[in-house]
Design a protein around this ligand. Structure first.
Ligand code: 5GP
Length: 268
């Protein structure tokens, strides 16, 4: 991989580089952890590798049930090739159980089962701290059109149903998560696709038996053991091979044929 490729954007947890072909981007997963709008930050060895693998797994599964995504293929331990999209400046949060900012805002005990899945929207702005907004703001400021909002709602709820089942099958409760969507332009056509990442950085995942947190709240709340928790998620999803010795506490990754082909530069 050329070291001279052009950097397009550096975010808190990822760097985007120009991809090998027009309309493609390389998404690099950093080890940096940030919280509270980057007021708290730390480098956590191994986090980027795990998020790359977990997000790949989830995007491939979502693609498999017909949800259009930006994901093309994983390139190596820290990078994936994705389609270039215009990011819609709205973060979509889906909640099944009260936690985090919603529990605080409404004075509901964390862990309370919600009567139905609740979708919230935040305006994507680091300067403003991603404020909560309504569909009225989205329409009035034309951040997304009515058709895009229909597509986003349908994809967010379908993703929630699918991922709730996927995680429940491995003893994990999907408490809430954040999605980002983008516009993919292709031959005069524009399509709304799921973008960014879906990983323990962007979801709340609780162990069903113990209620242990297996997500970024371990960092936000100074609980420690973040990499071990992400490894546990990867291992339960069948991404990590737990039986292999974990040299130096680093994750041992199971290599798929497809990943090996991608690593050797072979085109699939
Ligand atoms: P809350 O609003 O409770 O802080 O977050 C709700 C869910 O969305 C959590 O799973 C959280 O990880 C995710 N989330 C919301 N905003 C962001 C964000 O800016 N970055 C990341 N990584 N996750 C977010």
């Amino acid at each position: 991989m050329s070291r001279r490729r052009r950097q397009i954007y550096e975010g808190k947890a990822k760097i985007l580089y120009e991809g090998p072909e027009p309309g493609t981007i390389i998404q690099y997963f950093k080890d940096d952890a940030t919280a509270f709008n980057a007021q708290k930050r730390e480098v956590i060895d191994g986090k980027g590798v795990l998020n790359n693998r977990i997000s790949e797994f989830i995007f491939e599964r979502l693609g498999g049930i017909g949800i259009p995504t930006h994901f093309i293929k994983r390139l190596n331990m820290r990078e994936q090739l994705v389609r270039q999209v215009e990011i819609i400046p709205v973060e979509v949060i889906v909640r099944n159980i009260a936690a985090g900012t919603m529990a605080k805002r409404l004075g509901i005990d964390e862990g309370t089962q919600l009567p139905r899945a609740i979708v919230e929207f935040c305006y994507k702005s680091d300067e403003l701290g991603d404020p909560l907004i309504t569909e009225e703001h989205i329409a009035a400021f034309n951040w997304a059109g009515p058709q895009e909002m229909d597509d986003i709602m349908a994809m967010a709820l379908r993703t929630n149903d699918f991922l709730s089942g996927l995680f429940a099958a491995v003893g994990i409760r999907l408490v809430d998560f954040k999605l980002e969507f983008g516009r993919h332009y292709e031959n005069d056509m524009v399509r709304t696709v799921l973008a960014d990442e879906v990983s323990p950085d962007t979801c709340r995942l609780w162990d069903m038996k113990t209620d242990d947190k297996l997500d970024k709240d371990r960092f936000r709340r100074d609980l420690g053991g973040l990499v071990e928790a992400y490894q546990e998620v990867a291992s339960r999803l069948g991404i990590l091979n737990k039986s292999e010795p974990q040299k130096g506490g680093k994750p041992v990754l199971v290599k798929s044929d497809r990943a090996e082909a991608a690593n050797s530069g072979e085109k699939k």
